[in-house]
Design a protein around this ligand. Structure first.
Ligand SMILES: C[S@@+](CC[C@H](N)C(=O)[O-])C[C@H]1O[C@@H](n2cnc3c(N)ncnc32)[C@H](O)[C@@H]1O
Length: 258
C-alpha cells in the first residue's frame, strides 16, 4: 500500500514520458492509424530507428512534429478518456460539469496530466494541488491557462488557499491510492477552504470490487469506511455512487453544522 511519499506517481509519469516509442505503442497512443504510420515511416517523412528484433523506434518529438499531439497522448488518458469511456463520461456529465460555473472557484487535488482539469478550467480560478513537483510540471506543459494556480503541498494541506474560498473541490485517481489516515487528514483540512455551501467530489477505492482487489496500488477503503470518515469529519453526504465505476466509488459532500 503506498504511503504519502510513495514514488509510485513519479515512476508512473517517467514510464509514460519516454523520449521514444515503439511503433505499436505510438499507434496505441493515437498518433496515427497503423496505415498512416507505416506510410510515414516508409516514405522517410518520419525519422525512425530499427532496433533489436526489427522493431521500429520513433522519437516522440518526431511523432509530434509529423502528426501533432493527439488528445489520447495526454498523460492519464491511458486510464480512460472521460469524453469516450462511458462510465467516465457519465461521471463527467453528471457530477462534474453541473458544478463548473464561471463565477466559481475550484480546486483539484492531484491533477496529473490534466485529464479532468480540462473540464474544470471554465471557472474564474482553479487551484491544482499536488504533492509532486514533477506532476505539476507535466500539467503545465499540457495546460497553460491564466486562471490556473499550481500549489505544491506537503501531502494533505492547502497552502495559499483562502478560508472558505472553494465552491467545488474535485479529486479523481488520487484518493484510491491514499491510506485512510491521509484521507482523514485531507478531510479535516478541506473544512477550512470549502465555502459553507461548497461541494466536494472524491473518487475513492472500493476494495469490495474485484478490480480494486487485484490492483495493489488501490487502498483498503469501502463505501462504509469512506462514509464513516466523511461523516466523522463533520460533512453531510449529498450523494454516493457505488455502481458506475468498476474499481471505485464517488462520494459528494458539503460542510455540515459541526
Ligand atoms: C494516478 S494520478 C491521477 C491524475 C489525474 N487526477 C487523473 O485522473 O488522470 C495521481 C495524482 O495524484 C497526485 N498525488 C499523489 N498523492 C498526492 C497527495 N497526497 N496530494 C496531492 N496529490 C497527490 C500525483 O502526483 C498525481 O498527480
Amino acid at each position: 500500500m503506498p504511503d504519502i511519499d510513495t514514488d509510485l506517481h513519479v515512476k508512473m509519469l517517467k514510464a509514460y514520458m519516454r523520449d521514444a516509442l515503439f511503433m505499436n505503442d505510438a499507434i496505441k497512443r493515437g498518433y496515427a492509424t497503423r496505415d498512416d504510420m507505416i506510410k510515414a515511416v516508409r516514405s522517410g517523412k518520419l525519422p525512425h530507428q530499427v532496433v533489436e528484433n526489427g522493431r521500429t523506434l520513433i522519437k516522440i518529438a518526431d511523432l509530434e512534429q509529423v502528426f501533432g499531439k493527439p488528445r489520447s497522448a495526454i498523460y492519464g488518458m491511458q486510464w480512460g478518456d472521460p469524453d469516450t469511456v462511458p462510465p467516465l463520461l457519465y461521471v463527467k456529465q453528471t457530477y462534474v460539469l453541473p458544478y463548473v460555473k464561471p463565477e466559481h472557484v475550484g480546486l483539484e487535488i492531484g491533477p496529473g496530466g490534466g485529464r479532468w482539469t480540462q473540464y474544470l478550467l471554465p471557472m474564474k480560478k482553479l487551484y491544482v494541488v499536488d504533492h509532486y513537483q514533477e506532476l505539476l510540471d507535466a500539467l503545465q506543459r499540457q495546460i497553460n491557462a491564466p486562471n490556473l494556480v499550481s500549489i505544491l503541498n506537503s501531502g494533505t494541506d492547502f497552502p495559499g488557499v483562502g478560508d472558505e474560498e472553494i465552491d467545488f473541490l474535485f479529486s479523481f485517481g488520487v484518493f484510491v491510492h491514499l491510506d485512510p489516515h491521509v484521507i482523514e487528514s485531507y478531510l479535516k483540512n478541506m473544512w477550512r477552504i470549502l465555502k459553507p455551501e461548497g461541494v466536494a467530489f472524491i473518487q475513492y477505492s472500493d476494495k469490495t470490487k474485484i478490480m480494486a482487489r487485484i490492483n495493489n496500488s488501490f487502498v483498503d477503503t469501502t463505501t462504509e469506511s469512506m462514509r464513516k470518515m466523511v461523516r466523522d469529519a463533520g460533512y453531510e453526504i449529498i450523494l454516493e455512487d457505488n455502481t458506475t465505476l468498476w474499481h471505485s466509488n464517488v462520494v459528494i459532500f458539503r460542510r455540515g453544522s459541526r
